[in-house]
Design a protein around this ligand. Structure first.
Ligand code: MG
Ligand code: MG
Length: 264
């Protein structure tokens, strides 16, 4: 079942998505060497509740926290814990919010302290891949055009695309149809129509594409233990240009204040 949203519904998803973006900006203000990911999780939960939202991931299929925090070779679905972030780490923070009956979902990967250039480049290309996909997320395109654009950009830069995890439709449910893979063939898949709202979220690996599931039942990490990056926006399909409902602007402003290099 595909749910096409009215403009009013899209505005509500925007409100939830912007709360996610502002929550990630709160994370950006505090993230640094020596902080624990559990601290960031508590900060995010409080911020979401203070702004009339409910953390979407908390208790989702039993997930124990409000943020998914995935460090270095962890790809996604990392569980916040009391380990401190270290100089040179990268840290993907994924956040979802439910407000007024609608979900928003966005993720950003942060460099911690002095990160190796090859890893910073992985972040840059992963973020670019997300926007390459968004460029194709317009009415009349096919889903495979979005997927292929992401894959092409990541692979042409020497990286690999995780296959096991995909983006998704979003609205009254955190995960709706369609699945939005980060790999695929141009001209394949369903035709995108106005009113479809999807979360596009490339997960790109520095090394090979294979991933393994850790014993905690959640964390996905790279099989070769090399770093992985993850960026995500919630977007509404429009005629000529996708309407990006989440934003990285607040995060990037906060990073500048926090003196963290902004990845372009
Ligand atoms: Mg997410
Ligand atoms: Mg998502």
């Amino acid at each position: 079942m595909l749910y096409y949203k009215t403009q009013e519904e899209i505005e509500l998803i925007r409100e939830s998505s912007l709360l996610v973006s502002k929550t990630l900006a709160e994370v950006a203000k505090h993230i640094r060497v020596g902080i624990t990911t559990l601290y960031l999780d508590k900060l995010a939960e409080e911020f979401i509740r203070d702004h009339g939202g409910v953390p979407a991931f908390l208790d989702y299929n039993g997930f124990p926290n409000s943020l998914c925090v995935s460090v270095n070779s962890q790809v996604v679905h990392g569980i916040p814990n009391d380990a401190e972030l270290k100089d040179g780490d990268i840290c993907s923070v994924d956040c979802g919010v439910l407000k007024n009956g609608f979900y928003g979902d966005s993720a950003f990967t942060f460099p911690i302290g002095e990160v190796k250039n090859e890893t910073l480049r992985l972040l840059e290309i992963t973020k670019e891949s997300l926007y390459k996909g968004i460029e194709k997320a317009v009415a009349g395109s096919r889903l495979g055009d979005v997927s292929a654009a992401i894959q092409q950009h990541a692979e042409s830069n020497g990286y690999s695309v995780v296959r096991e995890l995909v983006g998704h439709g979003i609205g009254r449910n955190l995960h709706e149809k369609p699945e939005v893979p980060n790999y695929g063939k141009r001209g394949s898949g369903m035709v995108l129509k106005e009113g479809l709202v999807i979360a596009i979220e490339p997960m790109i690996n520095l090394g090979g594409k294979a991933v393994i599931h850790e014993h905690d039942g959640w964390t996905v990490r790279t099989a070769d233990n090399k770093p992985s990056a993850h960026f995500e926006h919630t977007v509404a399909i429009r005629k000529n240009k996708a309407d990006i409902l989440s934003t990285f602007d607040y995060i990037e402003e906060a990073l500048k204040e926090n003196k963290i290099k902004v990845i372009n």
